[in-house]
Design a protein around this ligand. Structure first.
Ligand code: AGP
Length: 614
C-alpha cells in the first residue's frame, strides 16, 4: 500500500505534492512525508495524516522548490512513527527515497550494510534499500540511475520507488515491480504517482510502468526508460487517460463513501452501457466474445478474490452454476496461491478486484497462468496490474472508488457477473429465452430501482441511531442473499469497528444461535424468492430468542414483517439481482452507524484501499 507522489518541472512542487498525497491517502494514512529540492534538500515527515504534515512544513522549506517527492504510508515494517515515515535518507544524507511495497530480503542486506559501517535510524525495509543504493553508488562509482538499477537486481519483493540524489539535482529515478507507478508527461515537467489522480488537472498523458521497468527523468534529457533486468532502453507507451477532476472529488457529499453509495445508479448504467442489449437478447462483453470457445469448453471456473470482491465471487458461483451449469469454486486468493491447487490447461480462472492491485489476487493469477489456466479479470481500475496480467477481462466502469469501504465497486462487479452469467448460459444453451429476457430486462431497470431504494436513507438513519451502541451484529441470508449478508457484515465491521458476522441463515442453528439474545441485533435479508418459507422459519427462531430484527424484505411482504422490529422494503426482482438492491440499505446502515460513532468512514483504522502487501 502507501502512496507516492513526485514532481520535477518549473512549478512549485510543494502544493502539487501535498494535493497529490491527499488524493492518494486512500492507499494508507498512518504517516506522511515530503522532500523538496533545489540546490539543497529538505525532508519533513511525521506520524499522522497529510494534514498533519502540512502543519509542520515551514514557508522556507516550501518556497522555490521545483522538484520533490512525497509519501503517505500504510505501515508494513515498523510501527507508524516519525522515524519510520518516508522519505528515507541514505547515511550521507544525499539520497532520498519514497517506496510503496516490501523488500523481503531486507534483513540480509541490512546485515551486509551494517558490516560495511552503515547505521539505521528506522525499522523499515526502505531505509535498507536507500542505503544499498548509496553503497553501490559509492563502491562502484555509479550514477544514481545505475546504482538504483543494480540495487534492484539484488532485492526480493515489491516496489514502486522514486529516488533523488543531491549529486544529480535535476533528476528523479523511478522503478516498479509489483506496485503501481504512473508518470504524467507535461510540457517540460513530469509527475510521478501511484495512480494518475494526483496529476489529472495538469496532464492526461500518462505512462504506466510495467514490472521490471525503471526510468530516469531529467530536466535536461527528459524521460528515459530502461529494463531493470537487462539494461535495455525501452520505448514508453503514452496513454491518454480519461479521468475528470469532478469524479475524484466529493461533489457536496460529506464523505466519499456516501457519494459513492449515491453514485450506484449511474455507475451500474456505465457498467452495462454498450454491453446489454435487451431488445436483441444480446450481451456483448468483448473479453468473452473474443474467447467464446474458452468459456464454452471450460470444465470448471475458479474465482479468486479478496474481501468484498470475494463476496461478489460467491454470487457468481450461484449464478454461473445455475444459469450456465459450469462447476464454480470461489477461493480466497491468499489461500489459493499458497496451496497447490488443481488447475489444468483449459480451466478458466476469474480474478475479481476493484483496485486491480491486490497482491494476493495478482499472485493467484500468476500461479493460475503457470498452470495453464485462462485468466479473466474483472477490475475497476483501468490499466491496473491485474487487468494487464489477465488474458482477457471486463472493466466494471464504476469510476474511482476512494472510500476504503467498497460500495459501488461491489454492485458493479455484480452487474458484470450477472451479464456474464446470462451470456455463458446463452453460449452453453442452458438458459431459456424467457429467463434470459426477464433477467436482462430487470437488470436494465436496476438503476431506477436503486434510486428508489436510496430514498430509505432517513429511515435507515433512525434505525442506526437505535443500534449504534451495539457491540455485535449478526447478518443472515440464504442463497444469493448469503453473500449479501457477508458483505453487510464486512461493511459494518470495517467502518464502525462493531463486531459483525455474516452467516447462511440455516447455519445459525449449528452454533451462532447460542449468541442470540436481546442484545444481539440481527439483520436478515428475507426477500420473497428462493427459500422464502425456510427463512421465515429462521426469523421465527431468532424472534423467540428475543433478538431485535432488522429485516430487508420484498415490498408488500407480510410474514417477515410481523416478526421484525424494523423493516426495509426493496422492490421485487429475480433472486440473482437481490444482492445488488439489498446492499444499498446495508451500506447506508453501516455508514450511519459509523458516523454516529465518530468514525472516519473513508479512512477506517488499520485499512487501506489497495492492499499491495501479501
Ligand atoms: C471492502 O470494503 C474492503 N475494503 C476490502 O475487503 C476489499 O474488497 C479487498 O481488499 C479487495 O480489494 P480489491 O477488490 O481491490 O482487490
Amino acid at each position: 500500500m502507501c502512496g507516492i507522489v513526485g514532481y520535477i518541472g518549473h512549478r512549485d512542487a510543494y502544493p502539487i505534492i501535498i494535493k497529490g498525497l491527499k488524493r492518494l491517502e486512500y492507499r494508507g494514512y498512518d504517516s506522511a512525508g515530503i522532500t523538496l529540492f533545489n540546490a539543497a534538500s529538505v525532508v519533513v515527515k511525521t506520524k499522522g495524516k497529510v494534514a498533519d504534515l502540512e502543519q509542520i512544513v515551514t514557508p522556507q522549506a516550501k518556497s522555490g522548490k521545483t522538484l520533490g517527492l512525497g509519501h503517505t504510508r500504510w505501515a508494513t515494517h515498523g510501527i507508524p512513527s516519525d522515524l519510520n515515515s518516508h522519505p528515507h535518507l541514505s547515511n550521507s544524507g544525499k539520497i532520498a527515497i519514497v517506496h510503496n511495497g516490501i523488500i523481503e530480503n531486507y534483513a540480509s542486506i541490512k546485515k551486509i550494510l551494517t558490516d560495511n559501517g552503515y547505521h539505521f535510524k528506522s525499522d523499515t525495509d526502505t531505509e535498507v534499500l536507500v542505503n544499498l543504493i548509496e553503497y553501490i553508488k559509492t563502491s562502484q562509482k555509479a550514477t544514481i540511475g545505475q546504482a538504483v538499477q543494480i540495487a534492484l537486481t539484488q532485492v526480493v519483493g515489491a516496489y514502486a520507488i522514486a529516488v533523488v540524489d543531491t549529486d544529480r539535482p535535476g533528476e528523479v529515478v523511478v522503478a516498479k515491480l509489483g506496485s503501481p507507478l504512473a508518470v504524467g508527461i507535461g510540457k517540460d515537467e513530469y509527475f510521478i504517482a501511484s495512480d494518475a489522480s494526483p496529476f489529472i488537472e495538469y496532464t492526461n498523458r500518462t505512462i504506466y510502468l510495467d514490472d521490471n521497468e525503471m526510468a530516469v527523468i531529467s530536466r535536461k534529457k527528459g524521460f528515459k526508460m530502461y529494463s531493470i533486468t537487462s539494461d535495455k532502453v525501452l520505448t514508453p507507451k503514452v496513454q491518454e487517460i480519461q479521468l475528470s477532476l469532478e469524479t475524484i472529488e466529493k461533489s457536496g457529499f460529506d464523505y466519499f463513501m456516501l457519494k459513492e453509495i449515491h453514485e450506484q445508479p449511474s455507475a451500474i448504467t456505465d457498467t452495462f452501457r454498450g454491453r446489454l442489449h435487451v431488445d436483441t437478447q444480446n450481451i456483448n462483453i468483448s473479453g468473452i466474445e473474443q474467447n467464446k470457445a474458452v468459456f464454452e469448453n471450460a470444465q470448471r471456473i475458479t474465482i479468486v478474490a479478496c474481501g468484498t470482491s470475494w463476496h461478489a465471487g460467491l454470487v457468481a458461483e450461484y449464478l454461473f452454476e445455475d444459469a450456465a451449469r459450469i462447476p464454480v469454486e470461489v477461493e480466497y486468493a491468499s489461500e489459493f496461491r499458497y496451496r497447490n491447487p488443481v488447475i489444468n490447461k483449459g480451466d478458466v480462472v476469474i480474478a475479481i478486484s476493484q483496485s486491480g492491485e491486490t497482491a494476493d489476487t495478482l499472485a493467484a493469477i500468476k500461479l493460475a497462468k503457470e498452470k495453464g489456466a485462462f485468466v479473466f479479470g474483472i477490475c475497476n481500475v483501468v490499466g491496473s496490474s491485474i487487468a494487464r496480467a489477465s488474458d482477457a477481462g471486463a472493466y466494471t466502469h464504476a469510476g474511482p472508488e476512494i472510500g476504503v469501504a467498497s460500495t459501488k465497486a461491489f454492485t458493479t462487479q455484480l452487474t458484470v457477473i450477472i451479464m456474464m452469467g446470462l451470456r455463458l448460459g446463452q453460449l452453453k444453451g442452458t438458459i431459456d429465452k424467457h429467463d434470459f429476457d426477464r433477467v436482462a430486462k430487470q437488470l436494465e431497470t436496476l438503476p431506477k430501482l436503486i434510486e428508489g431504494v436510496l430514498t430509505c436513507d432517513k429511515q435507515i438513519e433512525k434505525i442506526a441511531r437505535e443500534y449504534k451502541d451495539a457491540s455485535n451484529f449478526l447478518y443472515l441470508g440464504r442463497g444469493y442473499n448469503f453473500p449479501a449478508a457477508l458483505e453487510g457484515a464486512l461493511k459494518l465491521k470495517e467502518i464502525s469497528y462493531i463486531h459483525a458476522e455474516g452467516y447462511p441463515a440455516a447455519e445459525m442453528k449449528h452454533g451462532p444461535i447460542a449468541l442470540i439474545d436481546e442484545n444481539m441485533p440481527v439483520v436478515v435479508i428475507a426477500t420473497n424468492k428462493g427459500h422464502y418459507e425456510k427463512i421465515v422459519s429462521n426469523v421465527q427462531e431468532i424472534k423467540s430468542r428475543n433478538a431485535n430484527i432488522i429485516s430487508i424484505v420484498t415490498k408488500g411482504d407480510e410474514s417477515v414483517k410481523i416478526l421484525s422490529d424494523h423493516v426495509i422494503e426493496i422492490p421485487e426482482v429475480t433472486e440473482a439481482l437481490v444482492p445488488i438492491l439489498a446492499s444499498i440499505p446495508l451500506q447506508l446502515l453501516s455508514y450511519h452507524i459509523a458516523i454516529m460513532r465518530g468514525c472516519n468512514v473513508d479512512q477506517p483504522r488499520n485499512l487501506a484501499k489497495s492492499v499491495t502487501v501479501e
